[in-house]
Write a protein that binds this ligand. Structure first.
Ligand code: SAM
Length: 272
């Protein structure tokens, strides 16, 4: 990145923060830069600076930028082997709790939330579980609340479900929507509250038994990762569980010593 480009990006992020309160200043620069390039292409302008007046004066354009920056890419039973490990290593502990509180932080369009709801149902835990599913991308949250997904992905999701150790058939959990969509069974969201929460600026969700924040920290720099990891530590009960994405880790973070590794390969941790 040239010095000028760096100055332009800093000005852009500052403009977004001052005008809309969204703070991307501590997002990892390499991936942010790629997404800014996408915005430049879509807006058909030729510099980072040229995005600034558009963002400041056009709220709809900013909404598009927000979607670009948020990367709500997800899938059902993503990394199925993680679910397999979770069933073996964490479910037995959860089975000993009279009630369970779970926070999906950065839930995107909700596929992870429905996947967990299915697993909890199959393990007989769903009815005593309260689930909070949060994201700062309103558009993604609306899709999550609806629970309507593309039929074209179902074959792939069914495969993931089986690899994840699913105990029934995936088709038990959805019904046909239009000709190209499926609707997740409403019972799966009975205990779920979908809510707006910004990990950069918002506070603790108290007394959680389990927090999942998978494939989110990867977009943050070290300083922001530490802020968010401290937020999770303060949101968990003693001996609560934390699950990160496969490319993320507590190594070299400020909370590394506060957690024990339950499944290092699948990034499952437990607060000491
Ligand atoms: C790649 S998706 C991960 C979805 C899901 N956890 C998974 O692993 O499949 C990353 C999500 O993090 C959300 N996100 C990014 N920054 C955030 C922030 N500051 N606060 C809340 N959510 C954020 C994005 O909006 C996006 O939906």
């Amino acid at each position: 990145m040239t010095k000028t480009e760096e100055i332009e990006i800093n000005l852009l992020l500052d403009a977004i923060y001052r005008k809309y309160g969204y703070d991307f200043r501590n997002y990892a620069r390499a991936s942010l830069k790629r997404r800014i390039q996408n915005c430049i292409l879509r807006a058909e302008v030729n510099s980072v600076s040229a995005l600034i007046p558009l963002i400041l004066h056009d709220k709809d354009f900013f909404s598009e930028v927000l979607v670009q920056f948020s990367v709500p890419v997800t899938e059902m039973f993503r990394d199925p082997i993680f679910y397999h490990a979770f069933r073996l290593q964490v479910i037995p502990y959860l089975q000993t709790y009279p009630f369970i509180k779970i926070w999906h932080a950065g839930c995107a369009t909700g596929e992870e939330v429905y996947s967990f709801a299915i697993m909890l149902k199959e393990e007989g835990l769903y009815d005593r579980t309260t689930i909070f599913a949060t994201d700062f991308n309103e558009e993604a949250l609306n899709t999550a609340k609806e629970g309507i997904y593309r039929l074209a992905n179902v074959k792939y999701y069914t495969n993931n479900y089986q690899k994840a150790g699913g105990k029934s058939t995936f088709s038990d959990y959805y019904y046909a929507g239009g000709y190209d969509s499926v609707i997740m069974d409403a019972s799966l969201k009975k205990n779920v509250t979908f809510a707006h929460h910004n990990l950069v600026s918002d506070g603790v969700f108290g007394e959680m038994h389990l927090i999942l924040c998978r494939n989110v920290l990867i977009y943050f720099d070290k300083q922001l990762q530490n802020r968010v990891l401290n937020l999770f530590r303060n949101s968990l009960i003693r001996k609560g569980f934390l699950c990160l994405g496969t490319c993320e880790s507590l190594q070299f973070s400020s909370v590394e010593n506060a957690f024990e590794e339950i499944e290092p390969e699948y990034k499952i941790y437990r607060l000491s």
